[in-house]
Design a binder for this molecule. Sequence first.
Ligand code: ZN
Length: 99
Amino acid sequence: MQRYTVTQYLTAINSLIDGLRQLEMDGFCCTICGSDDHFAFECGHNPLVAMTLCEQMARRSSQLHDILHHLSGYNKRFGATTGPAKVKLPRDGNHDDPT
Ligand SMILES: [Zn+2]
């Protein structure tokens, strides 16, 4: 796991403080990085944006994981695989005769 320096923490804290000055779309440049094509709440240097994206990715990847298990028929019930895309492999490896 990445460890962060005091300088990195202070940069993040200062970015939060800069972002706090632009809570609404006020028509001015981003108060964090100075760009004129976005506001502080959507800035890639805003630690809150990074935290939100990370949480969304974790939640969605967990959902995707569960969906893939369901679709692949991984879940077992009464000794049989379930799921709409369950795979029944041929016994002898011959794909022309899947029984
Ligand atoms: Zn910015």
